[in-house]
Design a protein around this ligand. Structure first.
Ligand code: NAD
Length: 296
């Protein structure tokens, strides 16, 4: 029998994820603090509840898809852990600080529950299509319960280790992505100034050692990759504000581990500035425009 799932956080990502679970026949008790989000879930035929605690009442899994780790810790401490029946699985899918993820897992375990962190990549498009990648930090013994649920919402699940390992993998990946996008943008601007056509440089990089996702999928100049956000005036895609958020989590992880990562720290500072200076909703590849005009 399918587990009953309390689903909290019906935002850009959460709502389409909840819709996919509902369509796959899962019973949900869904909640969001924003009335419009609740109404959108109801319109999709999803059962909603009128308070966060009710979403944790008599369910097998409590799934959270919140903006930040503070939202997660507040909800866990405030009402979720005490309302849930013993041994409930707390499946935390938001992108949060690694230390906060480990703290949340410990709180859940101390309260007699089980915990897993399963942040995602793939964005709203992946959430709608059910093709997300999940980076999973979980006990081996919980995989049999977790995997079928995640398989409804995603197409790839990577079990990275124990509690917090999913968030750790996500923060490392996105730190590299931020660095590599800035690097790709710098290479294209330098190429322009050396008189190279975008296509010529693309043809070289995409089959040479500079090859990376930032170039071959999310190419920061229009033309070579027709589906990249550069071709639609840098509409996201992956918004600069979200990259700035994820790099902030990377900075915090660098601090907590006393890791001297000069490029990761610099990428975090540059994306924070780029996002704050009017580009929060721009695709993160739009950073090329700030590099070109020297304002980064
Ligand atoms: P969002 O802000 O659209 O959605 C979060 C929702 O949580 C909001 O609707 C908010 O009202 C709700 N919420 C906050 N506190 C709540 C509470 N106590 N009870 C119930 N609902 C509550 O954010 P999103 O874009 O859906 O992202 C969610 C998470 O996924 C974030 O951590 C984000 O970093 C991560 N993420 C987002 C993307 C993306 O492309 N949007 C991609 C990968 C990961």
């Amino acid at each position: 029998e399918k587990p009953v799932i309390g689903f909290l956080g019906l935002g850009h990502m959460g709502l389409p994820m909840a819709i996919n679970l509902h369509r796959a026949g899962y019973r949900l008790k869904a909640f969001d603090v924003v009335p419009a989000a609740l109404e959108a879930a109801q319109a999709a035929g999803i059962e909603t509840v009128s308070a966060g605690a009710d979403a944790a009442q008599d369910v097998d899994i409590v799934l959270t898809m919140f903006p930040t780790g503070q939202h997660v810790l507040d909800a866990y401490r405030g009402y979720l852990l005490e309302t849930a029946k013993d041994n409930t699985l707390f499946l935390e899918c938001s992108t949060i600080d690694v230390a906060q993820a480990r703290e949340a897992a410990q709180l859940a375990v101390d309260a007699g529950h089980r915990s897993a962190d399963a942040p995602v990549s793939g964005g709203v498009v992946g959430a709608e299509a059910g093709s997300l990648t999940f980076m999973l930090g979980a006990d081996q013994s919980d995989l049999a319960q977790i995997n079928p649920v995640l398989e409804v919402m995603g197409k790839k699940i990577v079990h990275c280790g124990g509690h917090g390992a999913g968030q750790a993998a996500k923060v490392c990946n996105n730190m590299l992505l931020g660095i590599s996008m800035i690097g790709a943008a710098e290479a294209f601007v330098l190429g322009e100034r050396l008189g190279l056509e975008h296509q010529a440089l693309y043809d070289v990089i995409s089959s040479a050692s500079g090859q990376c996702w930032a170039v071959t999928t999310n190419c920061p100049v229009p033309g070579p990759v027709p589906t990249s956000p550069a071709n639609r005036d840098y509409q996201p895609g992956f918004a600069a504000a979200l990259m700035a958020k994820d790099l902030g989590l990377a900075s915090s992880a660098l601090d907590n581990t006393q890791t001297d990562a000069k490029l990761g720290s610099l990428a975090a500072a540059l994306y924070r500035k780029f996002s704050d200076e009017g580009n929060a909703g721009t695709d993160f590849s739009g950073v090329i425009n700030a590099i070109r005009d020297g304002s980064l």
